[in-house]
Unconditional design. Structure first.
Length: 160
């Protein structure tokens, strides 16, 4: 799906003489659209299932009951191990596939940010974790291209 599009964009950038910085600039502006169509949505759930499973495990360790909103499970008020991990990393929330785990009820802006990561996971699927962690190792959190894109979208998007 879009993972193939990302690889094609990287190939074009390399052919044009651009290095990894060009790919990062592209990802900084990557705003995946909401998928439409039942079969496409179903495929995205299957493709992102391994990441969503990790999210379900994190949600189960959060010690709270999930809410379903727009095809995403939200575990708000995370306690236990998951809450500790989020707090120790300085995060308010995290998205793993179609699961969002948050320390408190997420604000609209925070939820928009996390929903960008959900859509990124729909495109990257099983590649989400290695791509995210690889970019994190290279750029750190503040300059992480997927985070930059999510913050940009959340800052300019209208209310949910």
């Amino acid at each position: 799906m879009v993972a193939a599009g990302l690889l094609a964009a990287r190939r074009r950038a390399v052919r044009a003489g651009a290095g990894p910085g060009a790919v990062a600039r592209h990802l900084n502006n990557w705003e995946p659209e909401v998928l439409v169509g039942r079969s496409v949505q179903a495929a995205s759930y299957v493709w992102a299932a391994p990441v969503s499973l990790a999210g379900l495990l994190a949600g189960a360790a959060a010690g709270v009951r999930p809410q379903r909103r727009g095809g995403v499970l939200i575990f708000a008020g995370a306690r236990g191990l998951t809450g500790w991990v989020l707090r120790s990393r300085g995060f308010s929330a995290g998205a793993l596939g179609h699961v969002v785990v948050a320390l408190d009820e997420p604000s609209e802006r925070l939820l928009r940010h996390e929903l960008v990561h959900v859509r990124q996971a729909e495109r990257l699927g099983v590649l989400m974790a290695p791509v995210y962690l690889g970019l994190l190792a290279v750029y750190g959190y503040r300059a992480h291209p997927l985070e930059v894109a999510a913050y940009r979208v959340a800052a300019r998007s209208p209310a949910l």
